[in-house]
Unconditional design. Sequence first.
Length: 411
Amino acid sequence: MAATPAPPQAPPKPTWDPRRPVQPFPWLRPTIRIRLTLLYGGMFLIAGILLLSIIYLLAASALNVGSDLPFRVLSGEVSSDMCNMRAAKIPADELNRALNECVNEQRQHALDTLLSRSLLALLGLAVIAFAFGYAMAGRVLSPLGRITRTARAVAGSDLSRRIELDGPDDELKELADTFDDMLERLQRAFTAQQRFVGNASHELRTPLAINRTLLEVHLSDPDAPVELQQLGKTLLATNERSEQLVEGLLLLARSDNQIVERKPVDLAEVAEQAVDQVHGEAEAKGVEMRGKRDPAVVQGNGVLLERIALNLVQNAVRYNVPEGGWVEVTTELQHGQAVLVVSNTGPVVPAYEIDNLFEPFRRLRTERTGSDKGVGLGLSIARSVARAHGGHIAAQPREGGGLVMRVALPV
């Protein structure tokens, strides 16, 4: 009796973490302002050290008049508290040697005092220089900060913002003007795209709606031949598929942009509505729906977020095992993000085919093939909507078959 072949092993699941890498010390980020401050302060510090060294050498050279005095004492009494010389008669040679040592000691003391006070002055000036350099760097780089703030506003889909930098006609003003020109062209392009989407919405929906109405009228005729009714049903299904394709393309075009109007949306409610809509299809296929959905409120568009959940849940139900399948839908707050996870049983998915699932009209091991399960835009729409909300979507193969889809959105 031949041995039963072992079931195929699932490929190793890739690591996935919804958290973005956060630097442990963000204030240590080497910004241009910090680098300019260090450059200005470092140059001043080096110049101060060189100046201090030159002054010290010149002072030492001026004070170094030799170890011998310009005069000689023949006899007499000398008293000094600083040189520890007591008033007494001492030999002339010993007296001259003591005076030389006293003068050398005083000269060294003067040089040490000069060095210590100069170092203190240099330290104070270095602090002032670094503070001045930081302030000057901020003033010089203020146009860049203005450009950055405008770019962030534009990233939030406010294409009407402009820098309009005034001041001298230097490199920064040239950069700002170039950026304004680019924004002007982008705004015109997005306006033209929105106009095209609106026109296409009307031009594509109208004939399809007319075709559907005509087909439904012919199918409502009880005297129509069976062959004609069968043809009508086939054409009606094809027309419905075309309507879904058009709706998906229009939604994909709209969701590629950022969401301007945002409202609080609970992912748990969105996921619950998606599960309710797919519940009948899941029962018909014998797929168990389960999962715990904790509150996870985000700022976004409720209709588009519901489309993400619906597409993921529908795919999880439709691409499942014939018997004993299940779909788990969970929502939670994780690392400062709202996470929607949809996992299911199903066929083994190779890891190298994961990226293809998010491409338009692409399915597992098929390309642009006819199917009654959809038009091949569900995951593409989900990815576009997630990006429009500032989040991301990722997929990973599940051990034993199926997929784990994770959508992470900022709260």
